[in-house]
Design a protein around this ligand. Structure first.
Ligand SMILES: [Mn+2]
Length: 377
């Protein structure tokens, strides 16, 4: 097991004690940036010989990384589980927010990474002792951010700010190989491998990455492989059940009076292939019941080896209603020219499946069409 993996295993034991800890916690999406920043910063603070005094708790170091997501949803973050395993971190050792007692939360302190607004898990804002974030500041919260302990800068990845903290505290990256190698994952993923056209990387991302790669002896090829592996892991849903896939990436819509609800799960595979999964009909019903949905609109996408993509879309009727008819009318008649939907056969009675020939239309474009049907226009 790696040193980071051992640290995560040991840190989890603090859950059993009542002594206060410093939780290092990312945002509720629990994407790779949030998860890696939480673990990476906690690990660094546990190990540096130059820990700033104000981060001690009762004179001790007790930094506990926390995933801001329930344990049941962690497997949905396939790039997170993949990357943790790559660094010999046991997923079962990671602490998820629903595993922490309110007693421990109430006596502990918090460092926020990859967000700067205290979420439900933080009992009070004055328990936050430090913040690292790379998003624009919400003006409502500007008052908490004048503090010395806040580092907010618009860069591609929050992991860049954590690496910068290491460089500032230590004076260099010397003796930090495993930590900076770990942080490099989200930096490369979030900057889309420093793609110029994507325009996510900022000068600090580029500077930090250069120094990190020089220290680790990595080159452009290593970085491209890391990027491709992470992108692949993010869309590798083969380990997920039909039910898990529905909540991996979904959007909810409702009518103005909230009497009608539609969920729009998006898949990194075709709906056609999704429908072949085990227990698919039961999963659709269970997912819909839990969220009180009238219909589901499933959106599938598959990247082709030739470089192009395919898309398909399905309407699942869970309750008898006019809504199915309205939605299908909007999609197939009113937007016939735009979406170019083509009937596709499938065996499930409650599911109407279409190939979407205009592959440029994503959920961003299709949601407003469904919203109109919900509003009765
Ligand atoms: Mn981020």
């Amino acid at each position: 097991m790696s040193k980071i993996g051992l640290f995560v295993k040991e840190a989890r034991k603090w859950l059993k004690f009542k002594e206060p800890v410093v939780f290092v916690v990312g945002n509720e999406s629990c994407d790779l940036d949030s998860a890696v920043c939480a673990v990476g910063l906690a690990y660094f603070y546990m190990n540096t010989t130059k820990l700033p005094e104000h981060l001690l708790i009762d004179g001790n170091r007790r930094f506990l990384p926390m995933m801001n997501i329930n344990r049941t949803n962690l497997p949905l973050k396939t790039e997170v589980t993949y990357f943790m395993q790559q660094h010999s971190i046991d997923i079962d050792d990671l602490v998820c927010c629903n595993e922490v007692s309110s007693e421990l939360l109430n006596v502990s302190k918090f460092i926020l990474v990859d967000h700067h607004i205290a979420t439900g898990i933080v009992p009070a804002i004055d328990r936050v002792i430090k913040i690292f974030d790379h998003r624009p500041v919400d003006p409502k919260n500007a008052h908490i951010l004048s503090d010395y302990a806040t580092k907010i800068q618009e860069v591609g990845s929050c992991a860049t700010l954590i690496a910068d903290e290491i460089r500032n505290v230590e004076g260099s990256f010397a003796a930090q190989d495993d930590t900076i190698n770990f942080l490099r994952g989200p930096i490369v993923l979030d900057t889309i491998n420093f793609s110029v056209s994507a325009d996510k990387a900022r000068p600090l991302d580029i500077e930090i990455n250069k120094e990190v790669e020089a220290k680790l002896g990595k080159n452009d090829n290593d970085r491209l492989k890391l990027f491709n592996d992470l992108v692949k892991a993010r869309s590798d849903v083969s380990s997920l059940t039909a039910l898990q896939l529905l909540s991996k990436d979904m959007k909810m819509l409702s009518s103005v009076d909230k009497s009608k609800i539609v969920a729009i799960p998006g898949f990194p595979i075709l709906v056609e292939d999704y429908l072949q999964k085990e227990n698919v009909l039961e999963s659709l019903r269970q997912f819909g019941d839990e969220r009180n949905c009238d219909i589901l609109v499933l959106m599938g996408m598959k990247e082709l080896t030739t470089g192009g993509i395919r898309r398909d879309i399905a309407i699942v009727t869970l309750r008898e209603s006019e809504l199915t008819k309205k939605v299908i009318e909007k999609l197939t008649i009113e937007n016939r020219e735009y979406l170019q939907l083509q009937d596709k056969h499938n065996d499930l009675l409650a599911v109407q499946l279409f190939e979407q020939q205009n592959v440029k239309a994503s959920r961003k474009q299709i949601s407003p069409i469904i919203q109109k049907a919900l509003n009765g226009h």
